[in-house]
Design a protein around this ligand. Structure first.
Ligand code: ATP
Ligand code: MG
Length: 413
């Protein structure tokens, strides 16, 4: 027996009792979904970590890279599963060490978790160590801070040998922190905010407001691409698209120009909150960062937040644009976001948008709009796409996986 495996390690801090089992099950389900297109025969728990059985040598590095991108993964090691013979264990250890170049020193960390194996952990350390020293005499065995650590775990029925270990994204498995409705524009910031919440274990449901029919659907295409970039982490449940242009036109036609943007945003939040309630999501999230643009002053944030009663999370509030861009590049969303597209926020944009809105003025303008009626109508007009996410349950009201504009038109008769 000589098989390729990935060993998945997670932080165990705060994972006690029932919590731990829930966490592990989530991570197993999520990894199964993430790895379903790949040559993986099983994902399961073994003594304190997860084991991914890989059936293709060529795919193992890609598989390890995907595992490391999955929320909840602290580290991932590629290695071997072998029979419990010193021959196999030694051979795997030599391969593992050879995979760690450049490397001038190593140590063996052996663990026998089953006493039906005749050699104890200390002896295993010595035996595997001296074998490795024979095949790689140029490398020193040192106990303190060696370049490579060759792990040998002997469990019931087999042994696991690995050395190469790289950090994962950390965080918590998606599904361990509830559901959040993330306002997803085609911009740079909101996909990063959405990713950060997924990384903390939230199931993300995107809500995108498109300027359609006043603008083209180009922002929707961007959001589709962003969703495809975020979806492989198995944390994105669904993306709702709201054709919003005609409501913006009506706001622009009747309200003071300087308040337009705030009123658009209040309507966005009101709609997103209704979608969140239908989805049983417990919070909204945006990609705002304090003072980044005119609408992101404390006064304006307060004037918009006042329309909803659920928490609005802003994971980027203290980040500079450069930091957000660096994160977007790592996520591979940056190049998608910077493509030219119609942004509904700039539709009917006044020359001087209000930067420090007075709540009494905003409320007066808001109450003059038929906002409750609009929100109800908009809920009948939303479209969506559902993504592979084991922790996502679609709401009862909107069970079908996809609704397109043609479906909406057909329903309106
Ligand atoms: P982003 O890069 O995320 O678009 P931004 O710096 O362009 O952010 P704004 O356009 O003011 O800033 O948007 C602030 C936040 O409001 C966005 O991060 C997003 O969460 C939400 N938002 C803005 N426009 C839309 C939209 N058309 N659909 C959904 N959410 C939006
Ligand atoms: Mg924007």
């Amino acid at each position: 027996m000589f098989e390729r495996v990935c060993l998945v390690h997670y932080h165990e801090l705060g994972l006690k009792g029932r919590n731990r089992a829930v966490f592990e099950h989530r991570l197993v389900d999520n990894l199964k979904a993430v790895l379903s297109p790949y040559a993986v025969s099983d994902v399961r728990r073994i003594s304190g970590h997860l084991l991914v059985e890989v059936t293709s040598e060529e795919q193992i590095e890609d598989i390890a890279a995907l595992i490391r991108q999955t929320p909840g993964v602290a580290r991932c090691s590629v290695g071997w599963r072998t029979a419990r013979t010193m021959d196999d264990i030694n051979r795997a250890a030599a391969l593992a060490l050879a995979g760690c170049e450049p490397c001038a020193s190593f140590k063996v960390i052996a663990r026998r978790s089953n006493t039906d194996f005749p050699i104890d952990s200390m002896q295993l350390n010595r035996d595997v160590g001296s074998y490795l020293h024979e095949v790689a005499p140029d490398k020193a065995i040192i106990m303190r801070d060696p370049d490579a650590k060759v792990h040998v775990d002997v469990v019931q029925g087999s042994a696991y040998v690995y050395a190469e270990s790289d950090p994962g994204v950390g965080g918590l498995p998606v599904g361990s922190s509830g559901k959040v409705c993330c306002l997803l524009s085609g911009g740079i910031d909101s996909p990063v905010a959405t990713w950060r919440l997924m990384r903390r274990g939230a199931v993300a449901v995107g809500v995108h407001f498109s300027g359609r029919p006043e603008t083209s659907a180009s922002s929707e295409e961007i959001v589709d691409q962003l969703a495809d970039a975020l979806a492989p982490a198995a944390g994105l449940g669904r993306v709702y698209v709201v054709p919003f242009g005609s409501y913006q036109r009506q706001i622009a036609a009747t309200c003071d120009p300087d308040l337009r943007v705030i009123l658009y945003r209040r309507l966005m939040f009101a709609v997103a909150e209704r979608i969140a309630r239908i989805e049983h999501a417990k919070a909204l999230a945006t990609g705002e960062s304090l003072g980044q643009v005119a609408s992101q002053t404390l006064d304006n944030i307060a004037a918009v937040d006042q329309v909803v009663s659920m928490p609005v999370l802003r994971p980027l509030i203290g980040n500079d644009k450069q930091e957000i861009i660096a994160e977007a590049r790592k996520l591979r969303t940056y190049d998608i976001s910077v493509q030219d597209h119609a942004d509904c926020c700039t539709l009917f944009m006044p020359r001087n948008p209000e930067t420090h809105a007075r709540l009494d003025r905003v409320l007066e303008a808001w109450e003059a709009l038929p906002h409750d009626e609009w929100v109800e109508r908009i809920l009948d007009e939303v479209e969506w796409r559902t993504y592979p996410c084991p922790a996502y349950r679609p709401p009862r009201r909107w069970r079908q996986p996809v609704r397109t504009s043609a479906d909406v038109q057909a329903a309106e008769g």
